[in-house]
Design a protein around this ligand. Structure first.
Ligand SMILES: [Zn+2]
Length: 504
């Protein structure tokens, strides 16, 4: 009965052609809703073999992060924001991914990324090794018995070109699962290995991979893991490398393959000719690359630029390619309780996906955009339509903020835990040195500060680091066999869909 009434009303509105503001409003909603059907009717599954695969991972990019970033991007373009769509939201297929790991209800990046690239759920901290390995196992032979073959290694064995791009250190968990096998994700440099360990640190394993099969593109941060401890960083004279073994791993990486290049800043990156470069190592910061918000302060390419350059090199491959692209710092900004930077880095990932979609043919390239896990990040409080997403929740039609039972306003965005618990919320990165002070901190005249780049959204439980969230994350997909991404899936199923699409 309800449905029929709506239909009659709509028919009257359309038939009368009444141009009152109210009717135009109603007709616009009706038309945009109807286009959700027509836009889907023409979409046919692509069932040919995938030649190429691009796996985008927004580290910690839960669904609330995507919604808030969509609104922020729309508002930065001058709209109300809610009806905006990020680039990957237009991909035709969607599934939910269950992110628990072998031993944790709420996961870390290491086992979740391992699940996606090896098809096996692993334990907290594990880099492409199964759950039978002790986290701190130092013996190479034992580690090798538990090593899991990765998509990147299998792609190389099938003759595909391969690439890894991240805004985190290239030795950080998500990029590392592609080429490294180790029980402890923190062993990124030999300085952090236990005494007498025979297993190589993660940076050294990247060089070993280069000797064994030769990755075509590796770009991100983490330069200090590739430089000796007594060697000064090329960009920051006050900083040095980390390695105690004295190895210059970037030189070994170049020497491992002909046609290799190493770059460490934007000028070097821009000078790379994809036609003549067969292997490219780009390490743009000693540690992680800068947040997108801060990138202008540094000397490094954007995630979209790195994705484009990686594709320029990989698309020269005769047999196709496998590329993983990680927006690694969505996660870090959330851990800091700083939604501003998390959302800006999510928009940067959307830009990178858009750059890729402009260069590939979805008849032969499988494009997947997902997250390894979520964060305890919420959008709440009945703010009016178009309310600044980083602002205080306001009454509809009023500039006055809504007030909680304690008489204080609150922001639309918040965290269930983290450093935004107290007055340490004000100012820049206050991770160290400021003790938590109990209680809510917002006063009505703080309206503008909640939208500042350094603001830490309020949190319920005081923790030095906001934590990951355990609910499902989304998988967006287009291209060959992307229609297999539907319904609620296990995260390690992603690996098997990719293999199926590649015809392996
Ligand atoms: Zn994290």
């Amino acid at each position: 009965m309800y449905r029929r009434c709506i239909g009659v009303l709509t028919a009257i509105a359309l038939a009368s052609g009444a141009a009152t503001a109210e009717n135009v409003h109603r007709d616009n909603w009706y038309a945009s809703g109807a286009s959700e059907v027509t836009s889907r009717l023409g979409v046919e599954p692509v069932t040919g073999r995938a030649r190429n695969v691009i796996l985008f991972i927004g580290d910690g990019m839960g669904i609330s992060t995507i919604t808030a970033a969509r609104i922020l991007e729309g508002q930065l373009r001058g709209g109300s924001g809610e009806d905006n769509a990020l680039s990957f939201e237009k991909l035709p297929y969607l599934a939910l991914s269950k992110t628990y790991s072998n031993n944790q209800q709420v996961s870390d990046s290491a086992p979740t990324a391992t699940a996606m690239v090896t098809g096996v759920k692993a334990n907290d901290g594990a880099i492409s090794v199964d759950a039978g390995l002790e986290r701190n196992e130092p013996d190479l032979e034992v580690v090798e018995r538990h090593a899991l073959a990765t998509l990147l290694e299998q792609a190389e064995a099938h003759g595909l070109a391969t690439g890894i791009v991240s805004t985190a250190r290239v030795t950080h968990a998500t990029p590392a699962v592609n080429y490294a096998h180790i029980g402890n994700r923190d062993w990124e440099t030999d300085r952090l290995l236990p005494q007498g360990a025979s297993v190589s640190d993660i940076a050294a394993q990247l060089v070993e991979a280069q000797s064994r099969y030769g990755i075509e593109v590796v770009m991100g941060g983490g330069r200090a893991m590739f430089l000796p401890a007594n060697e000064v960083d090329p960009e920051y004279p006050e900083r040095t490398g980390t390695r105690l073994d004295g190895r210059r791993l970037y030189e070994e990486w170049i020497a491992a393959r002909p046609g290799s290049a190493f770059v460490w800043n934007k000028a070097g990156f821009d000078a790379i000719d994809p036609a003549s470069t067969r292997h490219l190592l780009g390490l743009f910061e000693p540690s992680h690359m800068l947040y997108e918000e801060d990138r202008a302060d540094g000397n490094e390419p954007s995630l979209a630029e790195m994705t484009g350059k990686a594709l320029d090199i990989l698309q020269g491959s005769e047999k196709g390619y496998y590329l993983m692209v990680e927006a690694g710092r969505v996660d870090h900004a959330h851990h800091a309780g700083n939604a501003y930077r998390a959302l800006k880095d999510t928009i940067a990932l959307s830009d990178a996906v858009r750059a890729a979609l402009a260069r590939v043919d979805l008849d032969e390239t499988l494009v997947i955009v997902t997250a390894d896990h979520s964060h305890v990040f919420t959008i709440a409080g009945y703010p009016e339509r178009g309310n600044p997403i980083l602002g205080l929740a306001r009454q509809p039609g009023s500039t006055a903020p809504r007030l909680a039972l304690d008489g204080r306003p609150y922001t639309t965005l918040g965290y269930a835990n983290g450093r935004g618990y107290a007055q340490l919320a004000v100012g820049g990165d206050t991770r160290y040195g400021i003790p938590p002070t109990p209680g809510r901190h917002l006063e009505p005249d703080w309206v503008h500060e909640t939208e500042d780049e350094g603001y830490h959204q309020e949190a319920l439980v005081p923790l030095a680091d906001e934590t990951h969230g355990g609910e499902d994350v989304a998988i967006y997909a287009g291209g060959p066999w992307s229609h297999l991404f539907r319904g609620v899936m296990e995260q390690h199923g992603i690996y098997h869909v990719i293999r199926h699409a590649l015809g392996w």
